[in-house]
Design a binder for this molecule. Sequence first.
Ligand code: BG6
Length: 297
Amino acid sequence: MTEQGVIERYCRQFADVKDVSFGQLANGFGFIEIDSPQCSGKVYLQGAHLAEFRRKTSAKPLLFLSQQAWLEDGKPIRGGVPICFPWFGGRSDAPHLPAHGTARITPWKLRAIENASNGLRLTFQWQSDGWALVYSLVLGDQLQLELEVTNASFQKQTFEAALHTYFLIADSSKAFLTGLEKATYLDQLTGKDCDAEERAIEFREETDRIYAGTHAQIVLEDPVWKRRIVICPKGSQSTVVWNPWIAKSQRMPDFGDEEYHGMCCVETANVRRQSVTLGPGERTLMSVAIREEFSEG
Ligand code: BG6
């Protein structure tokens, strides 16, 4: 829940920072709005969830946010960049626990906002179950997201994490992804390990895959809008690619039946076999820089 009085406190604390404002929905759900010369954006305090981002020079938002997204305490937001942590997907050992972990459905603390040379930097903190997280977002001409995880407990611990980025695209049946041609993957729909396909990824059916390995650059090509979204991950050993397609879209209550046409997720991650174990006091970083390019014509 957005703690009472927290929005007023942030308004006072960050009164001198240009280009940001704070607000609350009628249900009390708190957010930060960014409106700078370079971009606009919206971040909810629950989950430090970047829900909207658009460069001022771009006619289209970068991120998809469902028309049916829940913006309510304790519920995940369908779109933007949910942070999955400390586990990914459901927990077979504890099926009653929330899918994709607790970090995306609990409030984070806003620690700093700075006008950096490459944009506005927001820094959030979250602590739970012996984990201490610092998440920083730079919203400028590009988007830069960085998640630092510290094991703040006295024993070895293992986590999974994903920056579950929903991209807005014109038509998922025409868009394609390059950069993962040589990567093997786990097909989450069949549970099978699959060989590298040696070709671009296209969306023709429900797609739910965890690609292994590190990748310097992944490009989401959107020929209809003549946009290329260039995704540069660091510190991640997996990339999740997801589109729910027809039947799953119909099953999800917070997602429109036809919305799968206009989105796909490409997630910078360390999940499943690429989960990370840290000793007491150890820390690790995972980040992604995302930029868009438009071709002429
Ligand atoms: C993806 C997973 O990352 O997230 C899918 O690979 C899952 O299996 C999807 O369906 C959405 O998850 P959720 O919990 O937000 O509905």
